[in-house]
Write a protein that binds this ligand. Structure first.
Ligand code: SF4
Length: 327
């Protein structure tokens, strides 16, 4: 088999850097990972080889200037595809203090900071943290990544906005809670509260079926006044539950009728489109570090080290599962 490109990957068992290569086979693109300790892993990364190669060979990518900072590892939900491992039964690290978080923000010096988790709103001092990040650390754009449960309380969301919150990053649907009336009602109420407060929303959907795009589009239509950005993410097998279906970025674009109407994303494994007039990223994760590392958002690991976002998710996954620090 002829390799298409050699690269650096992360071993899915230990997280160490491992050589890898992409290659075309059986009408798709695959990535092979060769870990000296744990052997060979192979995964499909695209159905459409030409689509994959076109982005791989593009040279105009720009670095993302986002810092993703987990402010807690606790959560009030337990989603099917938790990228933050909040539904693990393993011991999770304690919350960092506000002073500690402000120090981390200052060290990295990114203009946009996303306070993530776990679920940031389980911290009772979140409004104070937002105020300190804006006033003391001088963050220009501050976002809270939330599951939109606590923000259904209008007074609470208003207090976050008054503290300096610039926008929310929230889901359109939550895998595992599709039939849960309370969770859905809270999400709808959070959208309505944001509309009433004129608080911008970056909305995201992690999908494991193309059918989920239709209700997502209906929701965007309904709240288009406050939604300024959209992310559609193909579910990947992080955390405890494997993704139920295998499809890729090219499949989402084709489903949306955008297969000839996209522009390059911020690295080869996503694309940008206009959906209902909104800037929309269609993304997936490919364990190709050489192509992701220079461009991906930065992520603060539980031991305070900083790494590209997607690698960080994998490393934390392994760390929490095994409670080892040598990954
Ligand atoms: S994805 Fe977010 S909301 Fe869901 S369990 Fe994980 S941290 Fe909580």
């Amino acid at each position: 088999m002829n390799p298409y490109k050699k690269t650096i990957t992360s071993c899915p068992t230990c997280g160490s850097d491992a050589p890898g290569y992409s290659h075309e086979d059986q009408g798709g693109m695959y990535l092979t990972i060769d870990c000296g300790r744990h052997g060979i892993f192979r995964e499909k990364v695209e159905n459409d080889p030409d689509f994959f190669k076109k982005a791989y060979e593009y040279e105009g990518y720009r670095k993302m200037s986002y810092l993703i900072l987990p402010v807690t590892y606790r959560c009030n939900l337990s989603c099917r595809y938790c990228y933050a491992h909040a539904n693990y039964k393993h011991a999770i690290p304690a919350d960092r203090s506000i002073d500690h978080l402000i120090r981390l923000i200052r060290e990295v010096d990114c203009p946009t900071v996303n306070l993530s988790g776990g679920e940031p709103t389980v911290r009772e001092d979140l409004a104070q943290l937002i105020r300190m990040a804006k006033e003391v650390a001088g963050i220009r754009r501050l976002c809270v990544v939330t599951n939109a449960q606590r923000t259904a309380d209008f007074g609470y969301l208003r207090s976050l906005k008054e503290s300096g919150l610039d926008f929310l990053f929230m889901p359109m649907s939550i895998a595992g809670y599709e039939q849960n009336v309370r969770v859905r009602r809270n999400m709808a109420q959070s959208l309505q509260n944001s509309l009433d407060l004129k608080l911008p929303i970056w909305i995201q959907a992690t999908i494991d079926s193309l059918d989920q795009l239709t209700p997502a589009i209906e929701l965007i239509q309904q709240y288009r006044k406050i939604i300024f950005n959209i992310t559609i993410r193909v579910a990947k097998s992080f955390g405890i539950v494997p993704a139920t279906n295998q499809f890729f970025v090219s499949d989402v674009l084709r489903h949306l009728g955008k297969e000839n109407d996209y522009y390059m994303g911020n690295h080869p494994f996503n694309r940008h489109i206009r959906l209902l007039g909104k800037s929309t990223k269609v993304s997936s994760w490919v364990n190709d570090r050489k192509m992701v590392d220079p461009y991906d958002a930065l992520y603060v690991l539980s031991d305070d080290s900083i790494t590209p976002f997607h690698k960080g998710m994998l490393i934390e996954d392994l760390f929490f599962k095994t409670n080892k620090s040598n990954c």
